[in-house]
Design a protein around this ligand. Structure first.
Ligand code: PMV
Length: 336
């Protein structure tokens, strides 16, 4: 039985938001101010093994083989504390996590990381949560992780109104109905280094100081409604257009924060120019960017190689990956 296992290994992939999550209403519970919507990718898996150690006094965490320390360790231990509280089991854990995506570069390593950790840890501690409850819990590790519990397209409900326990229950992700789209996301990594300002700190500063935050949050609600319709109609041009304006608007809110938060680098703008040129040449291609300089380009699957080679040419020195919609978080049968 799951309750006796005390060890579990899970895999999850990053997701890229087409309607962005930017801004919390409750920092402790990670409750967002707006709904967001994403596509889970089939690349950059994180694999996480958790086993309980009855004799240990502290959790031990290895990230890509190196002992985690500082903030990274603190966040994982705080998450394990939540799982211990829910399961009523006090044991410390040994966590081994392997990321194939550059950490901290706005490529959603925290989304795949906390989705995999949520599934592996709840299983190892004998909790059998359904996907919605798992999503709600993964949210506490990193907001965007709530969406990586699901494959394909997922919407994360802000769960409006309350903060506190009522807000917690109402805020989770679930799959979004979509028509017969055949999308790809071409990821141009222009700089794989870690960012200067964490998304957590940048969100807080934006909400507290940016005069553009309120208007963007209001328009994001309209964008989400339009995005749902575009997905149902399988209208990839509309999906891309809405995603691009929503992302550029989010970056505008940060640029207007005091002091400004600027994640976009010269190479990011070069890639945006290349995307605009692709569109002028009749290719369906739209850009989105997160808390980092890297650019993700939504296009049709049949055009993905062409888009990738145009981006490689436009930003020499960048690394370009082609992603398709991927699966949600899942358990591996055997420890690796
Ligand atoms: O979940 P976090 O703290 O990594 O925040 C992610 C925020 C963005 O990637 C910029 C947008 C999003 O919705 O994923």
């Amino acid at each position: 039985a799951a309750t006796d296992r005390a060890v579990a290994t899970a895999v999850a992939q990053p997701n890229i938001a087409l309607i962005k999550y930017w801004g919390k209403r409750d920092e402790e519970l990670v409750l967002p101010r707006t709904d967001s919507l994403s596509m889970t990718l089939d690349i950059f898996p994180t694999t996480t093994r958790v086993h309980l150690d009855r004799t240990a006094l502290h959790d031990r965490v290895a990230l890509n083989g190196a002992s985690a320390t500082g903030e990274a360790l603190r966040r994982i231990v705080a998450f394990l504390d939540l799982v211990r509280e829910r399961s009523g089991r006090p044991e410390r854990a040994v966590v081994d996590t392997r990321n194939t995506v550059p950490t901290g570069a706005g490529l959603a390593s925290s989304a795949s990381g906390f989705a995999a950790l949520a599934l592996a840890a709840t299983t190892a501690y004998g909790l059998d949560l359904g996907p919605v409850a798992l999503s709600r819990l993964a949210r506490r590790g990193s907001g965007s992780a709530s969406r990586s519990v699901f494959g394909g397209f997922a919407v994360w409900h802000a769960g409006h109104g309350a903060g506190g326990p009522d807000g917690d229950l109402a805020s989770y992700a679930e799959p979004v109905p979509a028509g017969d789209l055949d999308p790809a996301l071409v990821v141009a990594v222009v700089n794989a280094g870690p960012k200067d300002v964490s998304s957590r700190a940048a969100m807080r500063r934006t909400v507290d100081t940016s005069p553009l935050y309120g208007p963007w949050a209001a328009s994001s609600r309209d964008d989400l409604a339009a995005m749902r319709t575009a997905l149902l109609r399988a209208d990839l041009d509309a999906v891309g257009e809405i995603a691009e304006r929503n992302a550029l608007g989010m970056h505008a809110t940060m640029l207007a924060a005091r002091p400004a938060v600027r994640y976009l680098a010269p190479a990011s703008l070069t890639v945006l120019d290349a995307v605009a040129r692709l569109r002028r040449d009749g290719v369906c291609a739209y850009a989105t960017m997160d808390a980092g300089p890297n650019v993700k380009v939504l296009c049709r699957r049949v055009d993905a190689e062409r888009v990738a080679s145009v981006l490689r040419g436009a930003a020499p020195g960048s690394t370009v990956h082609v992603a398709l919609p991927g699966p949600g978080a899942r358990l591996l049968d055997e420890a690796w």
